[in-house]
Design a protein. Structure first.
Length: 311
């Protein structure tokens, strides 16, 4: 079997990819910004620093890799990380992969990456898709919208809000749609794309589609949190989120995320690439979903702590 390198195998999508590759008998290594985070794989997965600041070391960390699975990115601009830095870092990673002779790159992008350059998240993802096409390495681009599953943030925190606030505000009419994909289905899709030869772009979406209001109401029913779901102006909803941010020590949602959601950028009309249904997953975990808040910033800052949350 081959050798694979994964960015961030101790985290979210990367961990699911590593588990499946190990089951196939592959040699798996990870390059990570969180060398002190507990390694759930022990000696089976060797970890090296994600050395964006040292091109030679970065290339050496990729030596002998048949496939690079790139899950590295940031969700929003923060004093500790920015889209601009993430784009520059990922360009360096692609260049290092070319120097190291990596056979194929499987890269995580976002649905409609080339359709919203006015939004920093999408502009960065678009730029990296172009950079990957230009780097000379065979590749597959996988475009998810919303992921859920073990250590999920978005779905868990919708449930947390339903449990802890008397009302839930949806931005505008809430009719804009999304198709959540289970993180294990995402991992299996990425591995399947690694086994192909042709360059490709694939929308990664689950078997269930929801209007956003419908998703919130469905989760409320599943966890038994009878809450009034009301339409609010986007700016008001953002303002309320900002008031709660200090309480949870996180960034709950950003202006750009609201804009992308309301434009329907988290939806796709392509065939489902996964099998796990969000409703079934949530029903199995209804007693724990949303009980504790899941912090994006906390995961970025506490790099010596294992991911925790709904399994």
């Amino acid at each position: 079997m081959g050798t694979s390198v994964i960015t961030g195998a101790f985290g979210y999508t990367g961990r699911s990819i590593a588990e499946r590759l190990l089951e196939r008998g592959e040699t798996v290594r990870t390059i990570t910004n969180s060398l002190n985070r507990p390694n759930p794989f022990g000696e089976r997965v060797k970890a090296e620093r994600l050395a964006f600041d040292d091109p030679d070391a970065l290339a050496r960390s990729l030596d002998g890799a048949d496939v690079l699975y790139n899950t590295y990115w940031v969700r929003f601009n923060h004093r500790l990380f920015t889209f601009e830095q993430a784009v520059a870092n990922t360009r360096a990673l692609f260049k290092a992969a070319g120097r190291a002779g990596v056979g194929r790159i499987v890269h995580v992008s976002i649905l409609h990456a080339d359709e919203a350059d006015d939004l920093g998240y999408y502009r960065g993802k678009h730029a990296l898709e172009d950079a990957l096409r230009e780097c000379g390495v065979a590749h597959a681009i996988v475009r998810p919208g919303v992921l859920f599953g073990r250590f999920d943030i978005l779905v868990n925190n919708i449930a947390w809000t339903l449990r802890h606030l008397p009302i839930f505000g949806v931005f505008g009419d809430g009719r804009y749609r999304l198709r959540p994909l289970h993180v294990d289905d995402m991992a299996e899709l990425m591995i399947a794309k690694a086994d192909e030869r042709a360059n490709s772009v694939t929308d990664a979406v689950g078997p269930e589609g929801f209007a956003y209001r419908e998703l919130v109401e469905t989760l409320a029913e599943i966890i038994g949190a009878r809450r009034r779901v009301v339409s609010v102006p986007p700016l008001l909803g953002l303002g309320v989120a900002k008031l709660i941010n200090p309480v949870v020590q996180d960034v709950i949602i950003t202006r750009e995320e609201i804009a992308g959601l309301m434009r329907g950028l988290l939806d796709s009309d392509q065939p489902a690439t996964g099998k796990v249904r969000l409703t079934e997953w949530a029903l199995e975990r209804r007693g724990e979903l949303g009980v504790k808040y899941a912090s994006e910033v906390g995961r970025r800052v506490q790099r010596d702590v294992a991911y925790v949350g709904v399994r």
